[in-house]
Design a protein around this ligand. Structure first.
Ligand code: ZN
Length: 423
């Protein structure tokens, strides 16, 4: 049994991931500490994404959070702020990601009074020109990461081979100019001008993007219906003239633009990546909406048989339904990004069930979904541990053979992503 475990573990840890979803800020922005995306430039920055949300969940005050991520507070004193909460969070997946990051990257076994100065020194020494490539490829063993930029809908990447970008469509669906630059020749006066703007984004970036990303599940249900342009022309005019739309008008307009964008993506051969399930931000999640995501995703698949939908985050916690969805719809794919740091045991359970339930060409197993590059190290470690355990358990439980498990490793960790996203 130990043999099986170590053979599979070795293969999984040697095999590179293609990372299909991150929000990494550019290395240039990191090195120049560009605000507001970089609130501080010290070891606490490593806590500035999913750990931050868990800190909020634990009840940390606004003043403490502000101090923890402030440029004005001495990095050494920041440990005093974290210390009060550390024992509550150190065993959550976001805590385990942080612990493995500092262990692998800095050789620090456990954060404590004794090594906080060393942690800060190591942070500073690591953060220097070229550290993105070193961390991503040499340490985390990731070939490249698909980027959904936190600051702009899409751009030409500073390192296209390492950090290719997706086109983020939220604002084009919600009619929000920011963060979309509007080219000189496009003046937004009518719905057809807005279509031209969408067309421009696709013609500018459609050939270099790996996919499009739709995160509107944070703002609404996924019950997008096909609505003709003529039905929403007037609504669009009200919208751009800053008149308040009622719920139905807003939905109709977004529904129309969603399908305009999805059809455009399909025309460009771009997979449509969609947020489903758990919300990152605290104290606002609408769990009724989340519960309906899987059945509404099925309806999207049905309405656009030629589109390729990639559903994110296992729609956690409704992952059994996503197995059913992916099993039934040939255009439904699953991306396990973020899952390993939401609930690694659910992610392992999902992967085991997926392998026995759904054709295995329809899954991508890793994306850190993070802004801070260092965190990819701990997150990739946790994902590899989960993948190795899932495969080991399937072999020990005699569902598959050891050789089946070994054959699956590259398929799960990068081959599926190559087939889907390398055009
Ligand atoms: Zn994301």
């Amino acid at each position: 049994m130990n043999d099986i475990k170590s053979i599979i573990e070795k293969k999984v840890f040697e095999t590179p991931f293609i990372d299909t979803h991150e929000h990494l800020i550019d290395e240039y922005e990191r090195l120049n500490c560009i605000e507001p995306i970089i609130p501080c430039d010290d070891w606490a920055l490593l806590l500035n994404h999913y750990f931050y949300f868990d800190l909020s969940s634990a009840g940390i005050s606004k003043e403490q959070i502000d101090s923890l991520f402030s440029k004005q507070v001495n990095p050494i004193n920041k440990w005093e702020i974290l210390k009060e909460y550390w024992s509550y969070l150190k065993n959550t997946a976001s805590g385990i990601v942080f612990r493995n990051t500092i262990k692998i990257l800095y050789g620090i076994e456990e954060i404590s009074d004794d090594n906080i100065l060393e942690l800060q020194n190591q942070y500073e020494q690591t953060r220097k020109k070229g550290f993105y490539k070193h961390i991503i490829q040499d340490i985390a063993n990731i070939k490249h990461c698909h980027i959904h930029s936190p600051s702009i809908a899409c751009k030409k990447s500073e390192s296209p081979d390492l950090l290719p970008h997706d086109i983020a469509l939220n604002g084009l669906i919600q009619v929000a100019i920011k963060p979309y630059s509007v080219p000189e020749n496009v003046k937004i006066k009518t719905l057809s001008d807005w279509h031209s703007l969408i067309d421009w984004w696709f013609s500018e970036y459609g050939k270099i993007a790996k996919g499009v990303k739709i995160g509107n599940a944070y703002f609404r249900k996924l019950n997008f219906e096909r609505i003709e342009a003529k039905e929403v022309e007037k609504i669009f005019l009200s919208k751009i003239n800053s008149q308040t739309l009622n719920f139905e008008e807003e939905k109709k307009l977004q529904d129309h633009l969603f399908w305009y964008c999805v059809d455009k993506a399909t025309e460009f051969g771009l997979p449509v990546k969609m947020h489903t399930g758990q919300w990152a931000m605290n104290n606002i999640m609408n769990m009724h909406w989340v519960k309906d995501n899987p059945s509404e995703c099925a309806s999207l698949c049905k309405q656009a048989p030629n589109a390729k939908f990639v559903f994110f985050h296992l729609c956690y916690p409704h992952y059994e339904e996503m197995l059913s969805l992916a099993k039934n719809y040939s255009n439904a794919y699953i991306d396990m990004c973020w899952s390993w740091s939401i609930n690694p045991l659910a992610a392992k359970d999902f992967l085991k069930k997926f392998i026995l339930t759904v054709p295995n060409n329809k899954i991508f197993t890793f994306g850190g979904d993070d802004k801070i590059v260092e965190n990819l190290i701990g997150h990739a470690f946790v994902a590899r541990k989960g993948i190795a355990e899932a495969l080991t358990e399937l072999v020990i439980e005699k569902w598959i053979t050891l050789s089946d498990a070994i054959d699956l490793v590259e398929i799960l960790m990068h081959k599926n992503a190559v087939k889907m996203f390398e055009r």
